[in-house]
Design a protein around this ligand. Structure first.
Ligand code: NAD
Ligand code: MG
Length: 398
């Protein structure tokens, strides 16, 4: 028998974090919870600490850490706070689930990468912001990168083992692959008249028909910028050329993505739309473990349908696909602009359709440039956020 692997969960109070806890704790002989982290939700963190007894709990926010310390003084959990503590716990465990939302996850995730650990990547924004630098660091430090985003996890499962082991390095053509096909449901507004999009509320945008997720990714799914970020994520993870990557709408969310081979075969991974499946796969790879997800019932599923996304309905998808091939500066600034725009939409400051306007304006204002260091990336991220805040004012409804 093997020793249990230690596990850190970055973003433990979120949707992916809680699903990771739900899977890992079914297998105490395999996984031992080392650390959990969160931004500021003390109540959720207290509950996790009492129920799962990690060695360390980190709150990014200092006041939240002080509050948590008082609340769980009767336990043996050590409470830490701040950016350095996030990086330290990410680097210390055998495996780290990177499930912080947004750019805030970049440096803690990189700490796990540079420590050469097994990194379960849910935080797609980290890869969108830093693409080549991120993938280079994985190789340089011998980290094992496992995609958790359901589409990328599906693609990974459909790759030949040699390509899995040389993730991001091998050319797809040399593996006999002609196309990576990312599927997406089209979100809650797939059938709404385009003229009504502007008036949709945050609540409606967050009501995804198939998946239950955090607020930011739910809005990204409604604009399909989520699929755009995933397109960029796939480019780096699988070393795709522009003509090797496609997006297809598949409203039932049963096929999670596909790989087309040169011999005419298409391999697809299917399952219930439930993140516990890719999480379990990432935790146990190359083994398979019970995740708690129900078996797929094909009679219940019925028909599987597919169509092209409509560019008039989803301008954010095109913006991301263009940025992907423009350069790192474009995807870094698009990601930053989107985070500001989505927050403004969730706070009722701008309309749903203004998210795309803000993103396009910001990318248009950032100068094309080479980004060869994490400092350069963070500087463009910062500048893009500043522009986005200004541009949000232009589109503000009140
Ligand atoms: P969420 O909003 O539910 O949770 C986010 C977590 O990050 C929370 O624990 C929060 O405390 C933490 N966090 C937020 N801001 C932080 C900060 N500044 N510093 C430190 N911690 C911070 O988000 P989620 O839906 O779980 O998504 C997490 C990541 O996984 C995102 O990048 C998302 O795109 C990706 N993802 C999510 C799903 C899903 O089904 N939810 C699917 C695929 C990919
Ligand atoms: Mg996804």
């Amino acid at each position: 028998m093997f020793e249990p692997q230690t596990l850190t969960i970055l973003g433990a109070t979120g949707s992916i974090g809680l699903n990771t806890l739900a899977v890992a704790t079914q297998h105490p002989e395999r996984f031992q919870l080392y650390a959990v982290t969160a931004h500021s939700n003390v109540t959720a963190m207290e509950q996790i600490c009492r129920q799962h007894k990690p060695r360390i709990a980190v709150m990014a926010d200092q006041q939240a850490a002080a509050d948590l310390k008082v609340r769980i003084a009767d336990t043996s959990v050590q409470v830490l706070s701040g950016q350095q503590a996030l990086a330290d716990v990410a680097a210390a465990a055998d495996m780290t689930m990177a499930a912080i939302v947004g750019a805030a996850g970049l440096m803690p995730t990189m700490a796990a990468v540079t420590a050469g650990k097994r990194v379960l990547l849910a935080n797609k924004e980290a890869l969108v912001m830093s693409g080549q630098l991120f993938m280079n660091a994985v190789v340089e430090h011998g980290a094992i990168l496992l995609p958790i985003d359901s589409e990328h996890n599906a693609i990974f499962q459909c790759l030949p083992v040699a390509a899995q082991l040389a993730l991001g390095e091998q050319s797809l053509a040399s593996a006999g692959i002609s196309k990576i096909i990312l599927t997406g449901s089209g979100g809650p507004f797939r059938e709404l008249p385009v003229a009504e999009l502007a008036h949709q509320s945050p609540q409606a945008a967050c009501a995804h028909p198939n998946w239950s997720m955090g607020q930011k990714i739910s809005v990204d799914s409604a604009t399909m910028l989520n699929k755009g970020l995933e397109y960029i994520e796939a480019r780096w993870l699988f070393n795709c050329q522009q003509d090797e990557l496609d997006v297809l709408l598949h409203p039932q969310s049963i096929i999670h993505s596909m790989v087309r081979y040169t011999d005419g075969s298409v391999l697809a991974q299917m399952g219930e739309p439930d993140m516990r499946t890719p999480i379990a796969y990432g935790l146990s790879y190359p083994d398979r473990i019970v995740s708690g997800v129900n078996a797929l019932d094909f009679e219940q599923v019925g028909a599987l349908t597919f169509c092209k996304p409509d560019p008039a309905r989803y301008p954010c998808l095109q913006l991301a696909q263009d940025a992907c091939w423009q350069g790192q500066w474009a995807t870094t600034s698009l990601n930053a602009a989107n985070e500001i725009a989505v927050a403004a939409f969730l706070n009722h400051r701008i309309q749903f359709t203004a998210i795309a306007d803000v993103c396009a304006d910001v990318v248009g204002r950032i100068e094309a440039q080479e980004l060869n260091s994490f400092d350069a990336i963070l500087s463009v991220d910062h500048q893009a956020r500043h522009y986005a805040e200004e541009i949000v004012e232009k589109y503000a409804v009140c």
